[in-house]
Design a protein around this ligand. Structure first.
Ligand code: SAM
Length: 222
């Protein structure tokens, strides 16, 4: 037993009751079918996003110049973020990965898509110049594995952004039984195992509105 590692895993553990330790084939199928069904709900799972929303701007700013760059949207859903990046930088190669093929049907054709799990990305090491995940890591169940995979597929020096919910606000929204939220320090530590620069901050939808503490952004350079 590696006590040091066990202690660090417990300390890093995200908020919310952790009902599932593993993404078993049964749980994976349940999550997939839940999102396949949710794909028909355009109100709660929109296929577009206002590019002025700070979440979009932060990702755009952190990833930098995307001309000629290959970028992964990890757990892309209908590709609302990927769509904006491609529109703003047509000379980029954007990929969207999601567990739900029904969600992927909404992703515009000019974006490459792959069905798969964030915990087992079907890409070779360093395939991407940059990657981001917005409100998807919270569904990945095996969080450390998903973070490790996200970092693995980005090349050295590449940029990574994660936007997700703050564990300290757990209970504020209705959540499926597999969902987990994260503490700033917990996810920072996971990212630090793979990346040399890591920071986090509270964000809101609009740059000039004070964050209410629900959303956090983690920014890293591998
Ligand atoms: C709340 S939606 C967010 C979608 C998108 N990132 C956005 O911001 O519009 C969560 C997405 O994560 C996907 N997802 C859940 N578990 C996943 C996994 N293990 N691997 C890949 N995608 C997953 C779902 O299918 C869903 O599309």
């Amino acid at each position: 037993m590696n006590w040091k590692r066990l202690f660090s895993e417990l300390r890093d553990w995200p908020g919310g009751p952790r009902r599932h330790a593993r993404l078993t084939p049964e749980l994976r199928a349940r999550i997939q079918s839940s999102f396949d069904e949710a794909a028909g709900d355009e109100e709660h799972f929109p296929s577009t996003i206002d590019p002025r929303i700070y979440h979009v701007q932060l990702i755009r700013n952190h990833l930098g110049d995307l001309r000629g760059k290959r970028v992964l949207d990890d757990g892309c859903g209908k590709g609302r973020f990927a769509r904006v990046l491609k529109e703003q930088e047509p000379d980029s190669e954007i990929w969207g990965l999601d567990i739900s093929e029904e969600m992927l049907r909404f992703v515009p054709e000019r974006i490459h898509t792959r069905a798969g799990s964030m915990t087992e990305l079907p890409f070779e090491d360093g395939f991407f110049d940059a990657a981001y995940a917005t409100e998807s890591l919270e569904h990945a169940v095996e969080i450390e594995k998903a973070v490790s995979e996200l970092c693995r597929v980005v090349k050295r020096g590449g940029r990574i952004a994660i936007i997700d919910k703050n564990a300290e606000q757990w209970g504020k929204l209705k959540t499926p039984e597999w969902e987990q939220w994260f503490t700033r320090k917990g996810l920072e530590r996971m990212l630090r195992r793979h990346c040399r620069q890591v920071s986090s901050r509270y964000i809101s939808y609009w740059e000039d509105v004070k964050p209410d503490g629900l959303f956090l952004a983690w920014l890293a350079v591998k």
